[in-house]
Design a protein around this ligand. Structure first.
Ligand code: 15L
Length: 273
């Protein structure tokens, strides 16, 4: 966790969706410092509220629950929804219907800033020998990446039409450490995850901005130069893990699609589970 003093911009009530997921659990204690009240939500029980928290159970595909969830909220960090390749039905419910419900609720309740956990899998079918910037067309590597591309387009629509601002963060691989050779390029430390989210929440003007959530790794496939106005400066890197990862995985099969494309194993995952 960052040793951050009180944020210059403190939200009266910040909503964190998907608070029970892997990254949601990591962010829950970290985001508290940036708001007076942190409302945490998930589709299942989250336990009792800590000091300064409100716990609210809500399913993304339930429009009424989402409307209640957004009531009185100043900004949203949307980590909810399906976060891996899965059959179409759960992706449709969580990432398509759920996104529409979230943005409709934001419009009806007057919420003006959303930070959307998009994914690098929006561009997973670019090759690992290409550097992709945020204005290049999407090349999703499965239903999951496709649903995140939809989420970004939806965010653009709600900005153009209703002035709701979004930063879509195409998160790389946010774990405690990189797990394989691919993640040496895609790694996002938890502290840098917090940094990019806080920058996205607090940048004064964002419209709809797309940014890759990635640490300052030696090898990198993503160019964030179109998103410099967000003010995100990664401070961590996968480099300290490089020799251990390379020793664990000394050989790469360069004919394997997982080694050719940026999405890694996602490009081969069966959408039917
Ligand atoms: C993602 O979008 C997933 O949510 C996460 O589980 C990782 O697999 C990550 O991408 C990745 O690309 O490593």
């Amino acid at each position: 966790m960052l040793n951050t003093p009180a944020s210059p911009l403190k939200f009266p009530r910040l909503l964190l969706t998907g608070a029970g997921g892997n990254l949601g659990q990591e962010l829950r204690p970290r985001l508290k410092v940036y708001c007076d009240v942190l409302r945490v939500s998930h589709r299942r029980d989250l336990g009792s509220a800590a000091e300064g928290e409100e716990v609210q159970i809500a399913a993304l595909e339930d429009a009424d629950q989402m409307l209640t969830l957004l009531d009185g909220v100043s900004a949203v960090v949307h980590m909810g929804g399906v976060s891996t390749e899965q059959p179409w039905a759960p992706i449709l419910a969580g990432n398509i219907v759920g996104m529409v419900n979230l943005y409709e609720a934001a419009r009806l309740k007057g919420v003006k800033r959303i930070v959307f956990a998009s994914s690098n899998h929006v561009t997973g079918f670019y090759r690992q020998d290409e550097v992709v910037n945020t204005r290049m067309p999407p090349k999703p590597d499965g239903f999951y990446g496709l649903s995140k591309a939809f989420g970004e387009d939806l965010a653009q629509l709600y900005w153009d039409r209703w002035g709701i601002e979004t930063v879509s963060i195409r998160i790389g691989s946010s774990f405690s450490e990189p797990r394989d050779r691919r993640m040496l390029a895609t790694y996002l430390s938890y502290d840098d995850l917090e940094r990019v989210i806080v920058a996205a929440l607090t940048a004064p003007i964002v419209g709809h901005t797309i940014i890759y959530g990635v640490s300052d790794n030696q090898t990198i496939w993503w160019d964030n130069s179109n998103a410099k106005h967000i003010g995100y400066r990664p401070k961590d890197s996968s480099d300290q893990f490089r020799s251990a990862v390379e020793a664990k995985q000394p050989v790469i099969d360069t004919k394997d699609p997982a080694a050719i494309y940026q999405g890694g194993a996602f490009v081969k995952a069966s959408p039917q589970g």
